[in-house]
Design a protein around this ligand. Sequence first.
Ligand code: HMG
Length: 374
Amino acid sequence: MYDWGDKRMSNTPAGIASIGIQLPPLFMPVTQLAKLRGVDPNKYTKGLGCKDIALCPDGHDAVSLAVGAAKRALSRWDRPLEDIGLIALGTESAKDMSRPLSAWVAEELGLVGAVRSYEVKHACYGGTLALRQALEWNWSGASAGKAALVIASDVALYSRRDPGEPTQGAGAVAMIIDEPEVASVSATSFPFSSPAFDFWRPVGDSFPSVDGQLSLDCYRNAVSECFGALIGDRDARSVLSEYGAMCFHVPFPKMVKKAVLHFGEQLGWSAQEAERLYREKVEDTLEWNQLTGNAYTASLWISVARALVGLREGTRITAFSYGSGYGAELLELTAGPAAASAQWVSDVEQDLDAREPVDMGGYETLRGHARASA
Ligand code: HMG
């Protein structure tokens, strides 16, 4: 457990002041992909719980997604750009081994000067690490009144015909860390890591390698460890009943359900009780993830953004972050006054309305040019 509780040097409560989301302009229903690959579509829709894969055309990438999300978050924040003192970008779609992706984004935003700018890598966990670092920078007092721009942005592609292909996706979420208008983040969090080769992308490889079964086991284990630490020796039912929603990293929606059911089993619950917890606290948070696919670092934050919509101020939610390799952290957020109006919903509605479907031929052409970092 990490606890910044009484070590905070800053008197201003920090949290998420504003959210911006950017989704790519193309998508493909997984039923189309199933047809293309000669697979029963029920495997993708029922077996994995997927609906659509968000796709980037040529010229769109993790930078353009990050810039779009950042501009939207900044447009809803009432301080000038000069008040940003840190930009941290969590991604696994790096363009370069040295130059951070944040430099491309800062360039587009005109963010120059006394600003700490860097990229954070730990597979899908990178965005959450960036957020925690920004909060701890604030809590330490080092921010000296400045705010942080945290972005999680990724384009997730697997090799053609890889079992991970139906789980592909893309998207970016930007968050400004300042006054907790949208949500405050608890100073206490529950990390867990255990090195493994469950999913990795060697230097020079365009697409990841995956040990599918191991990755499921690692994810499930991380959920059990982190929630086990949160609950401690208290009663699990009463601890979990305190939360209005439970958000997870979403590699594919069924993964989340599997992990919740597994944790229920470990608690000695009946399958029906674990199913009920999933239905009541988790299922709705996956709505946008089903339409984007796995957006790696952004996946958890897409789910959190969905869960915060319309939440009454003071309602608490959990956010479970997982990154292959593997590392995880469970956070607790409390809805602020701006969750009720949830202005970021318009980003999602606008992008979903505008995006165009790609047919089987279009997908194969697109994949002909694609690299994971492109
Ligand atoms: P697979 O091995 O081809 O699929 O790929 P499967 O054979 O295990 O089938 C999947 C499910 O569909 C099964 O359900 C089947 O029974 C069912 P389950 O038994 O598990 O409940 N099924 C059907 N259902 C209805 N009708 C049918 C039918 N056929 C089968 N006809 C795998 C699955 C997850 C391995 C693959 O998609 C993959 O490799 N994905 C990428 C890895 C991944 O997402 N892992 C998740 C945890 S790791 C993580 O979250 C990190 C990550 O985001 C990366 C990062 O951190 O950077 C990935």
